[in-house]
Each structure stands twice: as C-alpha cells, then as structure tokens.
Design a protein around this ligand. Structure first.
Ligand code: GDP
Ligand code: IMO
Ligand code: MG
Length: 420
C-alpha cells in the first residue's frame, strides 16, 4: 500500500483531522508525529463530532493502530479527558512512543507567563498548552521522555536534577514551584493509566512499512507556523512540514509515497504574526460566520482572509506536495465575488515570492477576482456535480501551485468529499 503524509498547507486548522479521518477508514497505522494538545482536529463521523487535541484522528478505525509519535509532546491529563469522550471499544489500539516528551505542569505555567510578558504587538498568541517550554527543554536536553514513566526510580533522580532550574524559572515569573514528590505523584497516576500503551513504536511502524500496509502521517498545525520556515517568532516549536514528518514519524523521506497538503478554499490564522491577505471588512466577517471560524482548542475567533496563492505556492514547493485537498469550498457558496491574493507588493515591487516574517509584515496583497457560483455545493459528491465557476476556482488554485487537486471537501462530514 502506501505512506500518506497529511500536512497543513497554511496557518493551521485547514481541516487535517477531517481528511485524516477519511483516509484512515482503511489505514493500518496512523501516526500523530509532532505537536501536542495545541491542536484541535475536528472529526465528524458515525460516532459523533470530536475536537481531537492529542489523540490521532485514526482512532475511529478499530483496525488501525493509532500512534502518538516520537516528535509529539504529550499532556496525559488532556489525553485522559479526551479518551473519556471516545467510545471505549476504540481505545485499544492507542500507543504512545517511549521517546515522545511529556508536558509537565510547569511547562503550561511558563507558557502563560512568557506570553503575558510580551507586549500586545509581540504576542505569539500561544495556546498556553506548554508546547514551547516543553520543546525548549527537549532541545536543551532537560526534557522528560514518556518512557521514563516506566522507571519511577530513574524518573525521581531525573526530577531531582532538573527541578531546581525549573523552579528558578518559575520563581522569576512569581509562579508556584513544584516538589519532586508532587510531580512523582502525578506521574504515578499517569503511569497507572497509560503504562501499558507506552512502547517503542518503531517495530510496529517498520513491520507495517515492510509489509506495505497503509500508513497515514497526521501533521499538526501548518507550514506558516513551522519553527524554521514559518512566521518566526509567531510560530509553534516543532516542524509541521513533510520534512518534519520524515524526521520524526519513523519513515524515511524515501518511504513517503504521497504528500497531501490540506488547504482551505480561503485562509484563516489564529494567533499573532503577519497574515497578508487578511480581511477586516464584511467579507471577512462573513467567512468567519459561515465557516464557524473559532479555534477548536481555545475558542478564539480566527482571523479570516482570501486564499493566499503566494503562501500556498511556497507551501507546495517546500513540502513537495503530490496532491492537495481543498476544504470548505462550500463556505464560499454565497459569495458573488471571490478573491485570491496572487502576488504581493513589497517595497514598491510586485513579487510572487514569499519573503521572511519582516517582509511579510510589509507586504500588501494584490488580489485577482473570480466569479462566485452562488449555489449550494454541500451535496456534490463528484466533480461534475460542482457548478462551472467552482470548478474554475479549483482549477485556478491548481494552476497557482502546480499541484493536482486530489480531494475537494464540501462539508465537515466524512462523506462530504469529492475524490479526483
Ligand atoms: P484541523 O486542525 O486542520 O484538523 O482543522 P480544524 O478542525 O481546527 O478546523 C476545521 C473546521 O472546519 C472544523 O470545524 C471542521 O469540522 C470544519 N470543516 C472541515 N472541512 C470542512 C468543509 O469542507 N466544509 C465545512 N463547512 N466545514 C469543514
Ligand atoms: P491545528 O493542529 C491553529 C498557533 C497559536 C500561536 C502559535 C504558537 O489544529 O491546526 P503554540 O501553542 O503551538 O506554542 O502556539 O501557533 N497554533 C495553532 N493555530 N491551529 C493549531 O493547531 C495551532 N496550534 C498552535 O495560535 O499563534
Ligand atoms: Mg485545528
């Protein structure tokens, strides 16, 4: 079969969960390879509606193994809460890699405090889930890996070593400090609840890969908030790109057969940083209302804009998309005119090249108009069911980025999809 990597092609919330849920119906393994519970992946299927934060969106296929991978950071309290909302018969195949890192209570406190210190202009708008501080500890080699839950003595010794420094950081911000006993108590509960799921997942992944099984890699967030290629410092602290997937999923770059970028038919961003094609007018408000553009994790209103073809073209190049999934086409059903940002004006020049963060802050969007279709697309299941103007719009996106559109989603439910 194949290894399909699902990557957020924009600023996050593109509908990755919805596409993974669809592709996972016949998958053997689904791997959430990076990020943590900053994610909100919405899935609507026969079991109901779920906003998954740390559990892979493949959990709804009882035959698939769902793996929280090496590159992820895990908050076990969130995981426990989330599992409570998912039918118990689906819990069996959830595994967490021993190498993933644990989000500890001090990470969450520090995330909030560091964000509070930033001026309004500089705020990243983090989800305050401890993501940045946890990945910082990982890079500084003072992180705590999930596998340490299985070795209480070793874990205690590790906390004894790292906690004085963490407590100094907490003290700097005037925050509550922790004792080793307190943390060990929490870890004991987590080990009891999750110990049997904590394994080295590499043999599972490799066996599935060697047997040519179907493996789906579920990315978190999108390239525009990638730590290296995104709008730094308004980024997350991991790599949501396809390169990131190859780095931490346990599959080599050569082993990935399909890379599907997921993009909305327009654009949204939640949090700080430049967002060149942002709308501040009635159209932006209408996109937010019709698209229900409120964060699945924080409930914050999402900033809305027209599709940014400059950013999407960069995304297609950097990720090496073999195909693209366009989601939420139906949200545009009642717009007489639809626009696409097809170039930027930057320092008096017209460019189709995506500059770095500072350049994006100075860039002004140049829009091209497309005729809207002004009819309901939510019942379309084949390409021919789409009105001509919608087909033209999808084809135009394909042309901007030079990548074939493989899926068009016209609603949040599993079957509201057109396969091309
Ligand atoms: P993710 O983080 O990339 O998985 O995306 P989110 O779940 O945060 O945001 C996508 C939102 O759009 C969710 O509320 C989905 O239910 C919804 N959604 C996904 N695809 C479609 C679609 O084609 N049409 C509509 N109307 N809603 C969709
Ligand atoms: P999914 O997987 C949208 C944004 C935050 C903030 C920045 C850093 O559902 O697409 P972090 O908490 O990671 O340190 O925040 O990234 N952000 C998201 N935006 N969807 C997400 O996840 C996000 N996860 C983080 O708003 O600007
Ligand atoms: Mg989301």
């Amino acid at each position: 079969m194949s290894v399909i990597s699902i990557v957020g092609a924009q600023w996050g919330d593109e509908g990755k969960g919805r596409i993974v849920d669809y592709l996972a119906t016949d998958a053997d393994v689904v791997i959430r390879y990076q990020g943590g519970d900053n994610a909100g992946h919405t899935v609507v299927n026969e079991y109901g509606k779920f906003a998954l934060h740390i559990i892979p969106s493949g959990i709804f296929n009882p035959k698939a193994t769902s793996i929280v991978g090496v590159g992820a950071v895990v908050n076990f309290d969130t995981m426990e809460e989330e599992l409570k909302g998912i039918p118990e018969e689906l819990h069996n195949n959830l595994k967490i890699d021993v190498r993933a890192h644990m989000i500890l209570p001090y990470h969450c406190l520090l995330d909030g405090a560091e964000e509070a210190k930033r001026s309004d202009k500089d705020k990243i708008g983090t989800t305050k889930r401890g993501i940045g501080p946890c990945y910082s500890d990982k890079a500084a080699r003072i992180g705590v890996r999930v596998g340490e839950l299985l070795d209480p003595e070793g874990l205690r010794a590790h906390f004894e070593k790292i906690l004085p420094k963490k407590n100094r950081d907490l003290e700097y911000y005037g925050l509550k400090q922790f004792t080793v006993d307190e943390l060990m108590e929490k870890c004991k509960v987590w080990a009891e609840k999750f110990g049997s799921r904590i394994v080295d997942t590499m043999p599972i992944v490799r066996k599935a890969f060697d047997a040519k099984k179907k493996i789906v890699l579920e990315g978190q967030l999108g390239i525009m908030r990638d730590l290296d290629w995104g709008i730094y410092p308004y980024t997350t602290s991991s790599n949501p790109t396809s390169g990131g997937a190859a780095n931490v999923s346990g599959i080599s770059p050569r082993g990935i057969s399909d890379i599907i970028g997921v993009s909305k038919a327009y654009a949204t961003s939640v949090g700080g940083g430049p967002f060149t094609a942002e709308l501040f007018d009635e159209d932006g408000k209408k996109l937010r209302d019709i698209g229900h553009e409120y964060g699945a994790t924080t409930g914050r209103p999402r900033r809305c804009g027209w599709l940014d073809a400059v950013a999407l073209d960069f995304s297609a190049y950097m990720n090496g998309f073999t195909g693209i999934a366009i989601t939420k086409l139906d949200v545009l059903d009642t717009f007489e005119t639809i626009k696409v940002c097809e170039a930027y004006e930057l320092d008096g020049q017209v460019t189709k090249y995506l500059p770095d963060t500072k350049g994006q802050e100075r860039a002004k969007p140049i829009f091209k108009e497309y005729k809207g279709w002004m009819c309901d697309t939510t019942k379309a299941r084949k390409w021919e069911d789409l009105p001509k103007e919608a087909q033209d719009y999808v084809k135009a996106i394909e042309k901007y980025i030079g990548v074939p559109v493989k899926y068009v989603s016209v609603g949040p439910e599993r079957d509201q999809i057109i396969i091309l």
